[in-house]
Design a binder for this molecule. Sequence first.
Ligand SMILES: NC(=O)C1=CN([C@@H]2O[C@H](COP(=O)(O)OP(=O)(O)OC[C@H]3O[C@@H](n4cnc5c(N)ncnc54)[C@H](O)[C@@H]3O)[C@@H](O)[C@H]2O)C=CC1
Ligand SMILES: Cc1ncc(C=O)c(C(=O)O)c1O
Length: 310
Amino acid sequence: MSVPTTTAVIGSGTMGPGIAALMARYGSTVRLNDVSAEVLERAAGALAIAESVLDRLGVPTTPGGSVSCEADLAAALDGADLVIEAVPERLDLKRAVLAEIEAAVRDDAVIGTNTSGIPVSELAADMAHPERLIGMHWSNPPHVIPMIEVIPGERTAEGVRDALVETVRAIGYEAVVEKEVPGFVENRILYAILRECLSLVEQGVVSRQDLDTCVKWGIGYKLAVIGPMRLLDMAGLDIYESVAGYLNRELSTEAGVSPLVTEMTGQRKLGMKTGGGMYAYGEGDVAAKRADIIAGLITVRRALSDTTPV
Ligand SMILES: NC(=O)C1=CN([C@@H]2O[C@H](COP(=O)(O)OP(=O)(O)OC[C@H]3O[C@@H](n4cnc5c(N)ncnc54)[C@H](O)[C@@H]3O)[C@@H](O)[C@H]2O)C=CC1
Ligand SMILES: Cc1ncc(C=O)c(C(=O)O)c1O
């Protein structure tokens, strides 16, 4: 399977519309499904924004692609060669949705789950055909970040893994194939960073704003150009050995969720989607901030495409 003829995207929240817009751009007939009629009504706006971003990125349009919103799951799945599950990150919900998907989908369809890190084998535990399920972890915003983690579970067929890698490359993205561990690779690293960041803010070592400045320039800027393994070579492994020798024992080992985060989620302060989180957003601020972030990502992606690989 290179670009699937028909793709079903199940879940149209933060991730679904960007995924749908990108697959359509490469010529796939995409059906975008959600349980919420209100969410599906809003999808047109999100799709239009994603399409304009793809224009600005210069992603060419393959004729024949389209996205339609489909409230009926069976209709959304009808004839799909690739299904991308993007419903909320809850094991019970994902298992239930995967059961519905596998009961309705074509026998030879590939079912990709966009879980942020639930092991694929756990999601597949009750499936009649676990060989069709594979982790397909996009990074947010999915139509902009050109890398997808591909994670076979214990029972995923090799042919399914190979077909998905082919699809990822056919849409111009890098495929990173991994063995399954909770969080996969990207989120294990991201969450190690976020745990330390939250701990430093909670301890009052640094303000939220200054932490963001420090990580953006001191870490993010370099890591946008080279990966951590290359960074170790640039710094010197002897330096890493000396610093890690006294620093690693000081780092946060918090096994639970940061109290700062649980306090905010308890108040339904979920970030940009609710208009407040680590920062406060006034009227119109969220749209402006999202536009700034996308503009920055487009500039950096263009610049990085001229640099040598990691
Ligand atoms: N938000 C992010 O930065 C990223 C999220 N992910 C993962 O992608 C998945 C989706 O995440 P988001 O888009 O952020 O979540 P979200 O909460 O923004 O959207 C999920 C959507 O799924 C819908 N939904 C719930 N039950 C459904 C069902 N039975 N059938 C169809 N639709 C249903 C909801 O109405 C909602 O619109 C999660 O597993 C998440 O961990 C992966 C990469 C990045
Ligand atoms: C906080 C956070 N958690 C999960 C993911 C992806 O699974 C992301 C992301 O892609 O940006 C994230 O920021």
